[in-house]
Design a binder for this molecule. Structure first.
Ligand SMILES: [Zn+2]
Length: 295
């Protein structure tokens, strides 16, 4: 008879096993240096109702609880970082669930980049509501995947597969509402306005080498999806800033410059420290490093 209570579980000798996807994901996340919990602590085990960290969960879905398998894990942030540091991973899990690459997922509780905590579930269709389960990613899986090998080899932190289209030597991506222009070795943060411009140039066939993965009539598929605000065409699915260095867009300015007016302003503000008779040219030369400060 299936055990459904803490007392019954104690009487049964406290058996507990990781469901296979939980075991595979624990191994994968630990391989990336994360701390991962799966077995419920005393509070979990004695909660009403007992949920997915318990071998005798009362909230299995879509089938009966596959006792004594545990169907949940908690992915903890690294080095004291907050739950928001895991937002890119949560978004990748959600993207993979949507695209069919993580069919075992039942729901997750996660924290976005702004610190808001969400409960995103697929029971049976996707819905997201506010949650109070902060500080980590909680991931619960479906009962019908308890012994499945489907999660073996799945890795939301792996770089995206190379773009098959030889023309796509750069692509547009989006994470947390921020657009990135990505090439093989770096990702540059760009504004929505610049993303719009790039999309426009691409749509107009300007000859740009940038392939934004879309053309008129392009639809969401396994590789590409519409940007959140729909303004910049399509972005590469599943990409996050974890996949290589992200650098700030400096708007094309490559050399810092200081104007004569700024030097005059500085000279006014620093008058007590500036030697009498120093010229704007002298001060500018000192600031630019072409003249040594002399006593
Ligand atoms: Zn949890």
């Amino acid at each position: 008879m299936a055990v459904t209570t803490y007392a019954g579980w104690i009487a049964d000798g406290k058996p507990a096993r990781q469901a296979q996807p939980i075991a595979d994901m624990v191994t994968m996340f630990e391989g990336h240096g994360f701390v991962v919990y799966w077995m419920g602590n005393q509070a979990h085990l004695t909660a009403t109702p007992p949920e997915d960290h318990c071998p005798f969960s009362n909230t299995p879905w879509p089938g009966a609880q596959p006792y004594p398998y545990v169907l949940a894990l908690d992915l903890m942030p690294k080095g004291g970082a907050g739950g928001a540091s895991l937002a890119p991973i949560a978004r990748k899990i959600i993207a993979d669930k949507r695209s069919g690459n993580a069919p075992w997922v039942k729901y997750l509780n996660w924290t976005d980049e702004s610190g808001h905590v969400w409960h995103t579930k697929w029971q049976p269709t996707e819905a997201t509501t506010a949650s109070t389960d902060a500080g980590h990613i909680h991931l619960s899986i479906r009962t019908d995947y308890a012994t499945s090998n489907a999660a073996h080899g799945w890795d939301p932190l792996a770089p995206p597969t190379p773009i098959e289209d030889a023309m796509a030597n750069q692509f547009l991506a989006e994470a947390g509402g921020q657009y990135y222009l990505c090439s093989g070795d770096k990702s540059v943060k760009i504004s929505p306005a610049r993303a719009n411009t790039l999309a426009y140039l691409h749509a107009e066939g300007s000859g740009s080498a940038i392939d934004l993965g879309h053309s008129p009539g392009y639809v969401n598929n396994l590789e590409w999806e519409s940007t959140q605000d729909g303004r910049a065409g399509m972005v590469r699915k599943g990409w996050t800033p974890n996949f290589g260095p992200a650098v700030e867009d400096n708007g094309g300015v490559t050399t810092a410059t200081i104007t004569d007016a700024q030097v005059t302003q500085l000279a006014t503000e620093l008058a007590p420290q500036i030697k009498a008779g120093a010229s704007v040219a002298d001060i500018k030369a000192i600031i630019n490093g072409t003249k040594l400060v002399t006593a």
